[in-house]
Ligand binder design. Structure first.
Ligand code: CA
Length: 532
């Protein structure tokens, strides 16, 4: 009797162990953790895995590790190239006109009562956290934990908001966000529940303040000027009205630190390091006093040196987190996504910033690694979008993609099996105007070969680019009769996409009315309107 009982017990224990074990294995194989890293305004031209003239001069070896281990996307297009709206699109899997967060104008706030991919991940059993810059206003929903910067946040000694309230920390924000992420990873290291943590950096957003460990690192490097640094905007009326150039809109004091004003917001030690770099440069600047094109060239070099030094800190952050995953063995079952909320101009067309549907700001970097699933070192040229991020992560988590999300899961692409009916054209729509950089409202379509853009509101201009012949988008051929057939076909496709995504002219008017009401009280509106 005694033997029988023990035997039965043994069988029971063995059976439950096997069940439990196979359950875990299944879970391990099917439900990876997700580390979603995003930078703010990180151009793919400034990621060495993408190659290009900056790859040798300002490499990003740690971000490149994600490409080496996984997949690099050459054509990831955003739906609306500006911070808040891009993030809202990622959250909802919807275009701006559907999620309501169309611009970054003061007072813009994301409606967190909406459904979002983090909420769907929670439903699928994931633990979710966001650390760093969210830039959506309001109190985030869909997260088991949040520790975020208010609004833009600051580069040094930042304020954070977590569920307990607001508090300040001393140090460099990129490093603080990294340490916070690692601390959070420590808290879930031994948990069996899968997680999704977003490490969203503030850097390298304007005004490009390098950290104490990167200050001055590129002072002996001269960066190559892009061919289009002195673009005259011939054939492009909307572009000619811009206020986004390094020449006119980049400030020598606030942006480039050439000022007599003492730098505020730094502690004594930080200030000492800061002044040790900028004092010398400023003295030299006053002596040489460059003007005209020389001044633009000086500004371009200063911009690159600061911007790329900010990115060097982001790259170290990525390395530190990847190292932690490796040390703990968590790397084996963790997907790593690296992206930016949009691309950025590094002097192309004479510009910094984003907004336009042209190449540099339409494209955003995207690198994804997933051990045992994505083939290491693969490169993808399919047309993917930040519209697809949420859907993809829900799919990976084994959740159900809501029918009203407008993007598509990239899971088959990650397997190297692009569906035959994957998109071959992308729809874009930018709204924030009149505003700081005088970039007109516009929408358009891009295919492999062509791009058609309509600028509207206080302008009514169409642009057409032959991307094969003119990859830098310097020559608008809309009025060239040789393109009449192409033009007709693109107009048709554009209308099809607008119908598909449920965007239209009356919505445009609705958002114009809403915007005008919102900025009416803004004292800067008259200043913006005075622009050419
Ligand atoms: Ca941004």
């Amino acid at each position: 009797m005694k033997f029988k009982l023990s035997f039965l017990l043994l069988i029971l224990i063995a059976a439950s162990f096997t069940a439990c074990n196979s359950g875990n294995q299944e879970q391990t194989a099917a439900r990876p953790n997700i580390l979603f890293i995003m930078a703010d305004d990180h151009a793919s031209q400034a990621i060495s895995a993408y190659g290009g003239p900056l790859a040798e001069l300002a490499p990003t070896p740690n971000i490149d590790r994600i490409a080496d281990a996984g997949m690099l996307f050459n054509r990831c297009f955003v739906t609306n190239s500006i911070c808040g709206p891009s993030r809202a699109t990622i959250f909802t899997g919807k275009y701006s006109h559907k999620n309501g967060f169309i611009d970054n104008t003061m007072g813009s706030e994301f409606d967190f009562s909406q459904n979002s991919f983090p909420k769907e991940l929670q439903k699928a059993g994931y633990k979710t956290a966001v650390i760093g810059k969210l830039h959506l206003g309001g109190t985030p929903t869909g997260f088991d934990y949040f520790d975020i910067l208010p609004g833009q946040g600051s580069y040094y000694n930042p304020t954070f908001i977590n569920p307990e309230g607001q508090y300040q920390m001393e140090g460099y924000t990129t490093e603080i966000i990294t340490d916070k992420t690692i601390n959070w990873l420590k808290s879930v290291k031994d948990s069996t529940q899968p997680f999704m943590v977003m490490m969203w950096h503030k850097a390298p957003h304007r005004n490009w303040d390098p950290g104490p460990n990167e200050l001055g690192m590129y002072e002996n490097t001269t960066f190559p000027e892009p061919e289009t640094l002195f673009d005259g905007y011939e054939t492009r009326d909307a572009a000619s009205r811009n206020f986004m150039s390094i020449d006119k809109a980049m400030s020598i004091d606030r942006d480039l630190k050439m000022t007599d004003q003492p730098r505020a917001g730094l502690n004594e030690e930080q200030l000492e390091k800061w002044n040790a770099v900028y004092d010398t440069i400023y003295e030299e600047f006053k002596k040489t006093n460059p003007t005209g094109e020389d001044l633009v060239r000086f500004k371009f070099q200063r911009y690159m040196r600061d911007y790329l030094a900010c990115i060097a800190a982001v790259d170290k952050s990525v390395g530190k987190v990847l190292d932690y995953l490796k040390e703990t063995g968590m790397d084996k079952n963790t997907i790593v996504v690296y992206s930016s909320d949009q691309g950025f101009y590094l002097g192309e067309h004479g510009w910094f910033d984003k907004r336009w549907m042209y190449r540099e700001s339409l494209n955003t970097p995207l690198l994804i690694s997933w051990p045992g699933f994505i083939k290491a070192g693969s490169v993808n040229n399919d047309m993917v979008s930040n519209l697809d991020f949420g859907e993809t992560l829900i799919d990976i988590a084994g959740g159900a993609i809501p029918a009203d999300m407008q993007g598509r899961s990239m899971l088959p692409i990650l397997k190297g099996e692009t569906p035959d009916d994957w998109r071959t054209a992308h729809y874009y729509h930018y709204y924030e105007h009149p505003s700081e950089h005088n970039v007109m409202r516009h929408y358009g379509i891009t295919t492999d070969k062509y791009k058609l853009i309509h600028f509207y509101y206080d302008i009514d201009e169409w642009e057409l680019y032959d991307l094969e012949k003119d990859p830098q988008e310097m020559k608008n051929v809309y009025n060239n009769p040789a393109y009449n057939d192409v033009k007709a076909e693109l107009h048709l496709q554009l209308e099809q996409l607008r119908t598909q995504y449920q965007d239209n002219d009356s919505l445009n008017q609705h958002f114009i009315d809403e915007y005008n009401a919102k900025v009416k009280e803004n004292p800067r509106i008259e200043y913006w309107k005075m622009r050419p």
